[in-house]
Ligand binder design. Structure first.
Ligand code: AMP
Ligand code: GLY
Length: 439
């Protein structure tokens, strides 16, 4: 079986690596891939015609490529091509692809849509309201902050905003500034013209990645959750500093108990599946639940319609089942009979970033890897922002350079190995958080 993976990050490296482990998979094309996927067994990078997989003509060109290359199965990493309808295009061309159709991709691409879906199907979530009129939004914040002890408000741009669309505000004044920026000044373009105002929930964040298979007209429909994970979004230790695309992940999340998993299943997963079915969504792919856990209850903060990054770099190495088989069972509707097998223990995956990230950062620095020391830890590198050099080495080409993914018998052992492995790496300006899995 020949597979095509679309994307260029660490998540796509992890997906390509895991697919390549399958005996059934003969070749993995990665479009465009990165310096890590270029060197992975069975993998080959292919350019994305035109560069932007969210552009319609590029999606047509990728479908042509899949047909010419005899690709049996396509997996899409990032959200933008999914939101732009790549799954519908590939299916119309008779190609097998994992992901939601454009309609179901709104669960991530429109927070307003996602919130009304949660409300309609009784998915437990924070109280919120969606606004297209800035004056009405401001009036809501005035009333909110006039309550006794109001919680902070979370101002969320409706559309995709690459992590820049969420601002937590503590007062009416701060809310006004955020609403002005998003709704009147259009700092995020169309993505911010509609906003969701949501009560802030304090608690601990947990990510649940899952496989989903629901086809309109078929009675069945399944969401199969993976082991839990935790991303660490802030740049600095202890959860301080600016938001980033993720500074590292641990799987399982150490405090996600069996009781919480059961609460998640009944209050969030099952109503979500009911909604997907009743809305008639064709959704055969992956779904991500971003949870906030308060005491013994889970609340849904967001859906993503894909695997998480960097969660995938921690979760996929724990998956013992064949990812190729899993993908096929998602597509053919037999996911309900699939039994996922997990390796015991934990994986810790700190992300190593370029100096300056998430603001402007250095690029083009050569990365030195002591392969012998790295091998002793058993850790694996999932490359994100690094490209291959002519001499066979790697140099930095993005802010989030790579994830070091290490297994251990428990979370502490995994962390110890991951940080031992980080010592085998060196580049100018290299930075990372030392508390992944401990925050
Ligand atoms: P979202 O894209 O909706 O998940 O928001 C991005 C991040 O903002 C989340 O990962 C949380 O850290 C934070 N966040 C979003 N909504 C809330 C909320 N209601 N309460 C607390 N934090 C939130
Ligand atoms: N780690 C969350 C995401 O992939 O957006």
């Amino acid at each position: 079986m020949k597979v095509l993976v679309i994307g260029s990050g660490g998540r796509e490296h992890a997906v390509a690596w895991k697919l390549a482990q399958s005996d059934k998979v003969t070749r993995v094309l990665v479009a465009p891939g990165n310096g890590g996927t270029a060197g992975e067994a069975k993998c080959v990078n292919v350019p994305v015609p035109g560069g932007d997989p969210a552009a319609g003509e590029t999606q047509e060109a990728l479908a042509d490529l899949a047909r010419q290359e005899g690709v049996d199965l396509t997996v899409v990493g990032p959200e933008a091509p999914l939101a732009a309808g790549i799954v519908d295009r590939f299916r119309a061309a008779g190609l097998r692809i994992l992901g939601p159709g454009k309609n179901a991709a709104r669960l991530e691409a429109s927070k307003g849509f996602a919130k009304s879906f949660m409300e309609k199907y009784g998915v437990r979530a924070a109280r919120s309201k969606t606004f297209t009129d800035p004056a009405a939004a401001l009036e809501y914040t005035t009333e909110h902050f006039a309550q006794d002890n109001p919680p902070p408000l979370v101002v969320k741009a409706d559309g995709l905003a690459a992590g820049k669309g969420v601002i937590i505000v503590l007062s009416r004044g701060e809310a006004e500034d955020a609403l002005d920026a998003f709704m009147r000044k259009g700092t995020l373009g169309e993505a911010g013209r509609t906003v969701v105002l949501e009560d802030h929930l304090a608690g601990r964040e947990v990510s649940i990645l899952a496989a989903v298979s629901s086809v309109p007209g078929n009675a069945g429909g399944t969401i199969l959750p993976f082991v839990s994970a935790r991303d660490h979004k802030r740049r600095f230790e202890g959860g301080r500093g600016p938001n980033t695309g993720g500074m590292g992940a641990i799987a399982p999340a150490p405090d996600f108990t069996a009781a919480l998993r059961e609460d998640f299943r009944s209050s969030i997963l099952e109503p979500t599946l009911r909604g997907i079915k009743q809305e008639g969504m064709d959704y055969r792919g992956f779904i991500f639940f971003g949870l906030m856990v308060r005491e013994d209850r889970c609340f849904l903060l967001e859906y993503n319609v894909r695997l998480g990054d960097p969660e995938a770099q921690a979760v996929l190495p724990l998956l013992e089942s064949d990812l190729g088989d899993l993908c096929l069972s998602i597509l053919d509707g037999s996911l309900g009979d699939f039994s996922l097998k997990w390796r015991p223990g934990a994986v810790c995956a700190p992300v190593v970033v370029a100096g300056g990230y998430p603001d402007s950062y250095r690029k083009g620095d050569p990365i030195t890897i002591n392969r012998e020391d790295l091998a002793k830890t058993g850790a694996r590198l999932f490359i994100a922002g690094a490209a291959g050099s002519d001499g066979g080495g790697l140099f930095t080409a993005g802010g989030r350079v790579l994830a070091v993914s290490a297994w251990g018998a428990d979370g502490d052992a995994a962390q110890a190995r991951a940080y031992e492995a980080v010592k085998a790496l060196r580049f100018n300006g290299m930075a990372f958080r030392r508390d992944i899995g401990r925050e």
